[in-house]
Design a protein. Structure first.
Length: 118
């Protein structure tokens, strides 16, 4: 797995929680919305999504319930919990700081004295 794939995988919980912060959804809706929001950059398959959803459920960050969908088909809908909202806020803050610090580090090399060049 390359570094970019690792970063994407590391952002899985954040992305799922963020999508669910807009209301309850079933798995395919989560995958589709994520892909649409990111213009295809974050595409998630079922093999990644469902284990992540189960982990989030075990951690008390999402709740799931079966409901009848269109055509009588039962679907499992996921909803973010209050703990999930708190975790989402914390993840957003962590990722924001990470992105800011990464950008600063990449664009601010040290000079010969070991000080910041800017």
């Amino acid at each position: 797995m390359n570094q970019l794939q690792q970063l994407r995988k590391g952002s899985t919980f954040l992305l799922i929680l963020d999508v669910l912060s807009g209301g309850k959804k079933y798995g395919y809706q989560i995958m589709r919305e994520l892909e649409q929001r990111s213009e295809g950059y974050f595409s998630m398959n079922a093999a990644l999504l469902y284990p992540a959803l189960h982990q989030l459920e075990q951690d008390g960050l999402v709740e799931a319930e079966w409901e009848e969908g269109q055509g009588g088909r039962r679907r499992k809908y996921y909803t973010i919990t209050e703990n999930g909202h708190r975790a989402l806020d914390a993840h957003r803050a962590e990722w924001s700081q990470f992105i800011t610090r990464l950008g600063q580090t990449l664009h601010n090399p040290l000079n010969e004295t070991g000080e910041s060049a800017s």
